[in-house]
Write a protein that binds this ligand. Structure first.
Ligand code: FAD
Length: 473
């Protein structure tokens, strides 16, 4: 009898899972799933403990779903990628595995690990790998010269063209292959323990329900509401997409089912949401074309000459949400307490760290990863480099967000700010973005820090630092 192994990694679902589907396509083969936890590796990436907890909770769900179909999930915990390979090669030998199936990961360490594995298994086990976590594979959307696009908008145009020609149908879950199996709950990860919070129930059914509800009830308002953090106007699906509880094909197909005209109507909320899914694709395609991004190199090389400030006190104030700029502080407290931050606020708080405090974007990138439930190397690095003007943003470095006017524009009544900064509850709407001005007029004391930096001056300093770096010194 042949034995197929499906190695689950960042694809914790049984529906629309290309590797699992392929592993199960031979009805006579015995199919075993494996999942290998590598906490030592996660530490290096500074993965948020709450994301590790989310992976664990979803792993349980996958294990149950597979067991109900008669498919065993073998769970192993070791330290790092090197150990995981040793264990997996040994496992294949012991179980007389004939074929191994996995969905590709695109980060450089993961790609090197997979190449090593294939070498070690050559001649013994046939390896089948799949592009599963994207709508279109990296390298399939290129300029006329066969290169990866350097800016987003032409990428999107070419992407949509390709998408219309491609088969991106979702695959069903595999049918049962045997009797229901007993369950042995995977031991906890050897990683700091954390709570995920009730807002993100584990399991693909929960993710699909959220997707269905969003596409049916909310997506039409997405273009109008997506920038307002006080409104739950975005899908909140990122934690599920980041660890593969949901696939982008499921997102696109559900969107198309609810809004069949999505590709023809660029003004619609549905198109606007698709646009965000394409940003996700863009950053992953970019990371494969420029693997140095995985090592946190800037996309625009001269920006590495910017002289950043080593100001641990300011960095800590930013991390704790105590900068004296209410929209930044509310955003950081949302991140610290929930592991998720609204996209507009990610842009504002990232811009503040880099362009107001002149702190190296990599310190912010690292801190986000250590907190985010949806931490994703490509999206996080792409977002940070965009905000820092070291990346693919078409606008030049002298576009600098003003944190006060950003707050006034996107949280005009301060509803979001008051939710996360209860110490500002009594400040009227008109003054909520500059509460100390109000406190002074009222001769009141506020238990809230004074702004740690003067935006006007900080802007000039940052412009000077970037200009000097660009000139070459
Ligand atoms: P929706 O608005 O509903 O969008 C749907 C999906 O599209 C998201 O779930 C996400 O998978 C994808 N998406 C949306 N916007 C972007 C974007 N700008 N870039 C890439 N993908 C996008 N996203 C992450 O998933 N992980 C991260 O670690 C991450 N770090 C970021 C850091 C910074 C500095 C910035 C500016 C953005 C970052 N983003 C990251 C992108 C974006 O902020 C989140 O994906 C989004 O806020 C998630 O909320 P949502 O699921 O409601 O998104």
């Amino acid at each position: 009898m042949t034995t197929h192994v499906i190695w689950l990694r960042n694809d914790l679902r049984i529906t629309d899972n290309k590797a699992l589907h392929a592993a199960c396509s031979d009805a006579d083969a015995k199919v075993v799933a494996v999942f290998i936890a590598t906490p030592g590796q996660w530490r290096q990436h500074e993965m948020a403990p709450r994301q590790a907890a989310f992976i664990h909770a979803n792993l349980l769900q996958v294990q149950q779903a597979l067991a109900a179909r008669g498919i065993e999930l073998v769970y192993h915990q070791c330290n790092d990628f090197a150990d995981s390979l040793t264990w997996l090669v040994d496992f294949c030998q012991q179980r007389q595995v004939t074929a191994l199936f996995y969905n590709r990961q695109y980060e450089i360490n993961e790609r090197q690990r997979d190449a090593q594995l294939e070498q070690q298994l050559a001649g013994k086990v046939v390896c089948h790998s799949f592009d599963d976590s994207l709508l279109l594979p990296p390298g399939s959307v290129l300029t006329g010269n066969g290169e990866m696009f350097k800016v987003y908008t032409p990428f999107r145009r070419a992407f949509i063209q390709r998408l219309m020609e491609s088969d991106v149908r979702s695959l069903p879950a595999p049918p049962a292959r045997g009797d229901v199996l007993p369950l042995a709950e995977p031991e906890k990860f050897n990683y700091p323990q954390a709570e995920v919070g009730a807002a993100y129930p584990a399991g693909e059914e929960a993710a699909l329900q959220r997707l269905r509800a969003f596409c049916r009830e909310q997506v039409q308002d997405y273009a109008k509401q997506r920038d307002l953090p006080a409104i739950a106007g975005t899908s909140s699906l990122s934690p599920y997409l980041a660890i593969g509880v949901l696939s982008p094909r499921q997102c696109f197909n559900r969107l198309r089912a609810e809004c069949p005209e999505v590709l023809e109507n660029p003004e619609s909320g549905a198109f606007c949401w698709l646009n965000e899914l394409i940003w996700r694709e863009f950053y992953r395609h970019l990371m494969v074309a420029h693997p140095a991004l995985c090592k946190h190199r800037p996309f625009i090389e001269w920006t590495d000459r910017v002289t950043w400030k080593a100001d641990d006190k300011a960095l800590l104030a930013w991390q704790q949400g105590r900068t004296g700029y209410p929209i930044v502080d509310a955003a950081m407290r949302q991140l610290n307490q929930t592991g998720w931050m609204h996209n507009r606020l990610r842009m504002i708080s990232a811009s503040f760290l880099v362009k107001d405090l002149l702190i190296d974007w990599r310190a912010g990138e690292r801190y986000f990863m250590s907190q985010l439930l949806d931490g994703d190397l490509a999206a996080n690095n792409g977002g940070w480099q965009w905000a820092a003007s070291t990346g693919t943003d078409a606008a030049p470095y002298f576009r600098i967000f003003n944190p006060t006017t950003q707050g006034e524009r996107f949280d005009p009544q301060g509803t979001f700010i008051r939710k996360w900064l209860p110490e500002l509850a009594g400040v009227p709407d008109n003054d909520i973005h500059q509460p100390h001005r109000w406190a002074e007029k009222q001769q009141r004391a506020l238990d809230y820090p004074q702004p740690i930096v003067d935006h006007k001056q900080a802007r000039l300093d940052t412009l000077a630092a970037f200009e000097a770096a660009k000139r070459g010194g």
